[in-house]
Write a protein that binds this ligand. Structure first.
Ligand code: SF4
Length: 435
């Protein structure tokens, strides 16, 4: 439970973003009864119930535990931070990392020593899927070198992401599939040992900065008593995932079922929307919703002949199913309504900006942030609006080498209308929207 301007925020950590439709209804009821009715999908595929008053905290937690949303052990909640692709295991011809990810998640929750890790400490078990979020930095990541080989070896690294571009940092080494679990626990054990002498540190990037990559690799080698074959994977790169592949109808050749995905505006739901999504899951899918790190929702196992109807039902609810809609990719922090540090109402401004850009093709992803802390995204997005005062923003375009963490400054202190004109003129298939 974290405190915010609009009350407590209760983060509900979901196992790999999965919710049954009954759990979704339960969250909708709990949000209405114990919160202010705002439910956010987070960029770690969890949900947040906002506006919880102190006298409702215990009842809310009891109701969530009653829905089966608690951790495996009393002290295992904070550390259950294992991410996989929402499409993991969907393609039977490729490696399925779900059993490994489940084992790691169980170990984190049940081992008292791992319960001491920071609540931000996170692990990415990649399966090399065609649709995956591979840009969120993780403390530890694993990725199959050849996802089409069911017995593939795994590349791994720390304090980063699987490399996709030639300029990305290379991997630390590789291990066989049956060594992956041991590798992860060895890394955790090493970090915890080092952490005893560095109690102020909380993440593997701190350890890496302290001892360096070579020493870290040596320590792992000693612990596992195996060669990590770093030279063999130095040039290895993960296949780049499909951009916005989580939106709309996602078909798999030769399968009678497909996946349908949609984005609630700025990743935010209200109780009625969530109940309606649960009904869509009951009607078209397997009574389950899959939340994603894009802050969107997926329904898998939809019969191909029902895909269009499911998509239409999502659109009726106000969700976006096409990346051509600005709101399908736009993200924002809670802004002034939920955060004392916010200089603007980012959520309302984002909706207004999207309306002004509607119908423009080729608008890239836009991120509105109420201050430079950038809670909604750890990374610079193609376009970032950083609030300067109510209704005014500095506009940045992504650039690899700065100068700002958000990229290059396009314009300072612009209104939403001016921002729409500038963004529309820069990227949209047409001229400025306003004279
Ligand atoms: S980015 Fe700034 S304004 Fe937005 S939620 Fe975080 S601290 Fe608050």
């Amino acid at each position: 439970m974290a405190q915010a301007r609009d009350g407590g925020i209760c983060r509900v950590k979901l196992t790999f973003g999965q919710l049954t439709s009954d759990q979704a209804r339960g969250i909708a009821d709990a949000s209405e009864q114990f919160g202010n009715g705002i439910i956010d999908v987070t960029n770690r595929a969890n949900v947040q119930i906002r506006g919880v008053q102190p006298h409702n905290e215990d009842a809310l937690i009891d109701s969530l535990l009653g829905l089966g949303l608690g951790p495996l052990t009393d002290k295992g909640d904070d550390v259950r931070n294992v991410m996989i692709s929402p499409f993991a295991g969907a393609d039977k011809t490729r490696v399925d990392i779900r059993p490994l990810a489940t084992s790691i998640l169980r170990e984190l929750q049940t081992s008292p020593i791992y319960q001491t890790l920071s609540p931000k400490f996170c692990i990415f078990v990649d399966g090399g899927e065609n649709i995956a979020m591979v840009t969120h930095p993780h403390d530890v990541w694993l990725s199959p070198i050849n996802p089409g080989d069911l017995a593939s070896d795994y590349a791994f690294g720390i304090a980063g992401v699987p490399p996709v571009d030639t300029s990305d940092l290379s991997t630390l080494g590789m291990v066989s599939a049956n060594q992956t679990f041991k590798l992860v626990t060895a890394i955790l054990d090493l970090f915890i040992e080092w952490n005893r002498d560095h109690p102020e540190a909380s993440r593997l990037r701190h350890m890496l900065a302290d001892i360096g990559k070579e020493k870290f690799v040596d320590l792992i080698k000693q612990k596992l008593a195996i060669s990590l074959q770093a030279a063999r994977v130095r040039e290895w790169r993960r296949t780049s995932p499909k951009e916005n592949g989580h939106l709309g109808i996602v078909r798999t050749p030769n399968l009678e079922h497909c996946t349908v995905g949609a984005m609630p505006s700025l990743g935010r739901l209200n109780p009625d929307m969530l109940r309606n999504l649960a009904s869509i899951a009951d009607r078209y899918s397997s009574a389950a919703l899959q939340l994603t790190p894009w802050q969107s929702i997926l329904f898998s196992g939809v019969a191909n002949e029902h895909a269009t109807a499911a998509c239409d039902a999502l659109r009726v609810l106000g969700l976006s199913t096409s990346s051509l809609e600005p709101l399908a990719t736009m993200i924002s922090c809670s802004g002034a309504a939920g955060c004392k540090s916010a200089l603007a109402s980012t959520q309302l401004d984002g909706i207004r900006l999207a309306a002004l850009l509607a119908g423009k093709a080729d608008i890239p992803q836009i991120h509105l942030t109420g201050c430079s802390k950038s809670c909604a995204s750890p990374l610079a997005k193609p376009v970032t609006l950083v609030a300067t005062s109510a209704g005014h923003y500095d506009i940045f375009l992504h650039a690899t080498n700065g100068p700002s963490r958000f990229g290059k400054l396009l314009a300072s202190n612009r209104t939403i209308e001016e921002s729409a004109d500038l963004i529309g003129a820069k990227f949209g298939s047409g001229g400025p929207l306003h004279a």
